[in-house]
Write a protein that binds this ligand. Structure first.
Ligand code: SAM
Length: 337
């Protein structure tokens, strides 16, 4: 879609609908044109989040274990497209699409077929509301859809997901979306190993009373065109979206019926950096999550200059801490993975 073809009123209408998500239910795609506008803009931005989440999943050792890819709440199909781009179309035999908007299913089917004509791309029947036979051991993707679901539908979804081989969620990086994702993690962790972002499978430490203000989120890296193309500058200005910041939350699961791939929690398991480190004069504060819990740590620059630099440059979100003074929560040394 060219910039000249963009109808900014359509984008503004969609934007207000997304800002309202969680308060009003129902199908909101009004036409194929809505989906085309969405696909060229909001979905492209979601695609950048997927690129980041898939890289972190791969770093944790995640590989598709199913030949069927199932995109739940597919919208314009960006999640399936990004997974196909990342792993290559040879990794799958079949793509299944489901959205309660038939218009969205058809748009996604057409878009994926155009990009990957050799693949079988089907619209799935509506998943049965509470059984876990719907996903037939597929790799299921849920992208920016969980945040639109009410409590009951979230519960039905976790029930249905129990039939999946693997699941990848990518959702907005705000408190509400992250908390919905944590609820899915807790509902599914008996049946699934957790590949990422967690480095352990115990109860999520964010659920502890003292951590309720926190949320599990990360930042993707927008591509260069987000800063160089006039179209993206106008999009950012009109939609009031800061393209430099790409917060998202994600969760990658693999059924316990598959061979164990992800190491069980160990005392020396790595730590996940939540959000961004906060820089101060001569020191950094950071939120670290691992089997020891969620910890607000402080690193003095003089204690480990290399680590301090790596945190400043946001080189990684996965770290191996080598020394922490637990009485002061002072991080003394560590390295990025
Ligand atoms: C913000 S869009 C995200 C679309 C796409 N997954 C993406 O990442 O771009 C949310 C999608 O979820 C779908 N959706 C919302 N509630 C749903 C439900 N209960 N069942 C199926 N699809 C649903 C909407 O129709 C919409 O296409």
């Amino acid at each position: 879609m060219q910039e000249t073809e963009i109808n900014w009123e359509t984008l503004e209408r969609l934007r207000s609908r997304f800002l309202d998500s969680g308060t009003s239910a129902g199908v909101y795609w009004q036409s194929e044109d809505d989906l085309a506008h969405y696909h060229a803009t909001f979905a492209a931005r979601i695609g950048w989040k997927w690129d980041n989440a898939l890289a972190l999943a791969a770093q944790a050792g995640f590989q598709p274990q199913s030949r069927t890819l199932y995109d739940w709440g597919c919208g314009s199909g960006i999640a399936a497209l990004r997974v196909l781009d990342f792993y290559g179309p040879d990794a799958f035999d079949e793509i299944q699409l489901w959205d309660h908007s038939a218009l969205a299913c058809r748009f996604a089917q057409k878009t994926i077929r155009e990009a990957y004509p050799q693949l079988k791309v089907e619209i799935a029947p509506a998943p049965s509301s509470d059984s876990h036979s719907s996903f037939h051991k597929a790799l299921v993707l849920v992208s920016h859809a969980l945040n639109e679901l009410g409590y009951e539908t979230q519960q039905q979804l976790s029930q249905q997901l129990k039939g999946a081989a693997q699941v990848i969620f990518v959702e907005p990086g705000d408190h509400t979306a992250s908390r919905k994702l944590i609820a899915q993690r807790e509902a599914l962790r008996d049946a699934f190993q957790i590949a990422a972002p967690c480095t352990h499978c115990e109860t999520c430490p964010m659920l502890a009373e003292e951590n309720l203000r926190h949320w599990c989120h990360f930042f993707g890296k927008p591509p260069i065109e987000a800063f160089t193309e006039g179209f993206w500058a106008r999009f950012s200005q009109t939609m009031e979206i800061d393209l430099r910041s790409l917060p998202y939350s994600f969760l990658v699961l693999q059924s316990k019926q598959l061979p164990a791939t992800f190491p069980a929690s160990q005392p020396d398991s790595p730590s996940r950096l939540i959000g961004r480190p906060r820089q101060f004069k001569g020191y950094t504060r950071l939120l670290s999550c691992d089997s020891a819990g969620l910890r607000d740590l402080e690193l003095q620059k003089r204690d480990d200059k290399q680590l301090w630099k790596s945190l400043k440059k946001e080189q990684s979100s996965l770290y191996q801490w080598s020394e922490i003074d637990s009485s002061t929560q002072r991080l003394k040394s560590g390295s990025p993975l």
